[in-house]
Design a protein around this ligand. Sequence first.
Ligand code: C2E
Ligand code: CA
Ligand code: CA
Ligand code: CA
Length: 275
Amino acid sequence: AKEHQRGRPTIFSKSHETEIRTRSTIEQALRCADLESELSLCFQPLFDVAHQRPIAFEALARWHNPELGNIPPNVFIAIAERTELINTLTQVLLRKALDAASTWPEEIHVSFNLSVRDILSVDSMTRIIAIVQSSGVEPGRIGFEVTESALMGDFEQAHDAIARLRALGTRVSLDDFGTGYSSLSYVHRLPLDTIKIDRSFVLDIETRATSRNIIRTIVDLCRNLEIGCVVEGMETEAQADILRDLGCNTMQGYFFSKPLAEKDVLDFLSLSEVS
Ligand code: C2E
Ligand code: CA
Ligand code: CA
Ligand code: CA
């Protein structure tokens, strides 16, 4: 038995072990981090294409750790999401996002990503609502983005959380639309304001009629349901042109702008003649 314990369990490949070690290093660093100073936000504009102006910015988390350097958000958010650490991150980031938004022109909205664990925790939602209420930012200017995976775990709880956000006056978008299992069922059963069409449909839009048809269908669906529609991830003018022809009006992608440092948002707006 001793021999067995000492041997490596063969189901773990070396790369899996490395992955676990990296993950626990990052989790440890996150737990010890001074989140106030190490976390920051970039802001990527959402464009109203018909009027050629930015109407909102999505807040995107950045983490710079003195020892580990810059860790990409899809890495550290995923690690934080495995524990209640994410709830602390969300609160720190939301305060920063609303502080930034409070310096922008009134008509510019801010969009903020929530995690499954935020949505599924009544306590976390209560804190989030308190942060909104004490921010001084008009709730109608604030949008929360939730992914389908957030809704899959516990539909009733997700429904209640979304209803609380709507009662507060903030808006709710379904992010990464089309990548989950029952996207349409969520649209049907939840009080959503906006759908964000996932970037994966834009990638091959020039070569695949199927991708164009899917986008056209989602745009029509939103119009019929009278909900907003945002399409993400266009990197070229050709993609943006096709999307416009398919009826997309609100677009977010590198073609319009990469995520901006917080300090560059106001300059960006004045160049776009909004402020
Ligand atoms: P997301 O919510 O789907 O955010 C959009 C991501 O696509 C961002 O990546 C953005 O920089 C990227 N993107 C936008 N336009 C383009 C484009 O034209 N081409 C390409 N290739 N990419 C584009 P980012 O900032 O690396 O964030 C990755 C993910 O991390 C986000 O995906 C979101 O799921 C998560 N995330 C970021 N910030 C937060 C946060 O504050 N809270 C939570 N819970 N999740 C966050
Ligand atoms: Ca998002
Ligand atoms: Ca997205
Ligand atoms: Ca995504």
